[in-house]
Design a protein around this ligand. Sequence first.
Ligand code: ZN
Ligand code: ZN
Length: 303
Amino acid sequence: MGAHATVLHGGQWRKTRRLNILYSLLKRSEPVKAKRQRVNLKAVKKRFPDCAAHLDLFESIQDTVYSVKFRPPPRLGREEVQDALGSGRTVLDTCVDKLDTEAFGRALGKLFKHLADRNAREFSRASRTAVPEGLMADYLHAREKRLERHASQQGLSAASLVSCCQQAARPQLAALRDANGEADLSVWHQGHCPFCGALPAMAQVDAQGSRHLFCPNCLAQYRFARHHCPGCGHAGLNVLTMEAWPGLLLESCQACGTYLKTWSAGAGDPPCPFPHLDILTRGVDEAAEPQELKRLSLSVMGV
Ligand SMILES: [Zn+2]
Ligand SMILES: [Zn+2]
């Protein structure tokens, strides 16, 4: 497989302590079953002051979007789920038009107001403009041209609109994942999320050498081949280790130029504290930039 390792210096991250501080601060629960992972924000911010503002923003966004009630997403029959997964279709593919688009619109409208109130000027027009009809479907079907049009009507960049859609859709996508969480994922061999189709934001390799991927949208965890790129399927990854984050690897693909932050857990180590670790290791993403590597997917923050 020819992976080679290099030490990548993570700048500001040299100051930070080992990840076990973080573990002690996160009130952990299994990502696939959890409705929403809670965090002792005050304590984490104190220990990771460099990321305090981002964590604070992330948690406030979650508070906003999770405060909107929605019609529960469909719970599919076991057979229907297995048929879909077995033929390479995601759970969302089978019911993409059955989600609560009105609730999505309310969550998005609330999020625009929240961001405008937090002084993000970019969102002032969007916070006063009605959320366009059909936006949820356009987002879920990744109709780029239409998203660009919606964004310009709202005075936003397409990237900002997509980030906000990602946040506003998360409660429903996570609920869809929960409702169908008993699916047998062993039939799924693709790099993207079996529930919602997003490419992973992070990975974890456990003590047995199995690799698990984490979805930035519905926060699902699923298994994938150890040495293949989840983006393009290329076999053989380059591995960089982080001086400031022992245990964190930056695995990159030569074929498509993307990387994935990977938590390598030893025996007895707790599992990767996703999604918060994605935000706390922003410095690693910054260190990857000069190496001309790009993230495989959006982060949980949508950037
Ligand atoms: Zn997902
Ligand atoms: Zn690749």
